[in-house]
Design a binder for this molecule. Structure first.
Ligand code: ATP
Length: 270
């Protein structure tokens, strides 16, 4: 699924050391060290205001650190033209979805991704682009809506369209900011299954998924980073990091955690 990644050989996709992001007196992030390798699939978990979106903005090359170093796809933020870096990174978020005009055709939204425009039809798409867009829309279950305006799709269909669009330019890093937000149970389960397939696909890009809910972690995700108040509570292999103790500390309440068939469930400990 999603095409072959062409990540710079020999270097991590993301390498952060001692990263602070400060606004006024607020530390949005403090002392973050993080490495994402090409075959990693990371889930970033934390409560509201923990700094997850700020972290994602750094690795989307949309924000520079106040202090520390961010290496991204072999380049250093601050010493590279971010407009060259951004096309190598696929991003989905509610903020981006809001920029899509409801009247745009779903197929145009996907095929236009490589041209850095949202949904605008251009005559010069070549057969390769159209074929790839069609394949991605099939994979993400939205091919039948190619001629429908984006605004008529359900929330789940919109989320899947956004992911197909993010994968269109064959990115080396895929960033998913709360892809499960606003989905009903069926929509969430469908998305988790598709993301699980993508996670396990050897040639898929490195992936980082931000969520508030352990129930949304797709099986096949390899690593987890837990954030609270801008600081890393725990980070590493998912099996080591995703514990009741670490989650309780992250969310500031006593939680129990269970795992069945690779899926997690958390609830308040009684
Ligand atoms: N420009 C800014 N100036 C001051 N504080 C900011 C600024 N931008 C964000 N913050 C604060 O930084 C903190 C982290 O925000 P961020 O959006 O990264 O959190 P988050 O973990 O993504 O939260 P949520 O789960 O609610 O989306 C929040 O407390 C937010 O209010």
């Amino acid at each position: 699924m999603g095409g072959v990644s062409n990540t710079t050989a020999g270097e991590a996709v993301v390498g952060m050391t001692g990263v602070d992001v400060v606004r006024g007196d607020n530390h949005l992030l403090r002392g973050v060290d993080w490495t994402v390798e090409a075959d990693h699939r990371w889930v970033v978990l934390g409560p509201n205001g923990a700094g997850k979106t700020t972290l994602l903005q750094l690795v989307a090359a949309q924000l520079h650190p106040t202090r520390g170093e961010v290496r991204l796809l072999g380049e250093t933020l601050g010493a590279v033209d971010v407009f060259e870096l951004r096309p190598r990174i696929g991003l989905t978020s509610a903020a981006l979805a809001m920029r899509i005009a409801p009247s745009e055709k779903t197929g145009d939204i996907v095929v236009s991704a490589g041209y850095a425009v949202v949904g605008r039809w251009r005559e010069q798409y070549d057969v390769h682009d159209l074929t790839r867009a069609g394949m991605l829309m099939e994979q993400w279950g939205v091919a039948q809506y190619a001629h429908r305006p984006f605004g008529t799709l359900s929330e789940g269909e919109r989320k899947r369209t956004q992911i197909a669009r993010a994968l269109m330019p064959n990115p080396e890093l895929l960033l998913l900011d709360e892809p499960g937000a606003g989905l009903d149970l069926g929509g969430r389960e469908d998305l988790v299954a598709r993301l699980s397939d993508l996670a396990r696909y050897h040639y898929a890009p490195a992936q980082v998924l931000v969520t508030h809910h352990v129930e949304e972690i797709p099986p096949g995700y390899t690593h987890a980073l837990l954030l609270r108040g801008g600081e890393v509570v725990a980070s590493g292999a998912a099996g080591d990091v995703l514990t009741a103790e670490a989650l309780s500390e992250t969310f500031g309440l006593s939680l129990s955690l269970s795992r069945t068939d690779g899926r997690f469930t958390a609830r308040r400990a009684t």
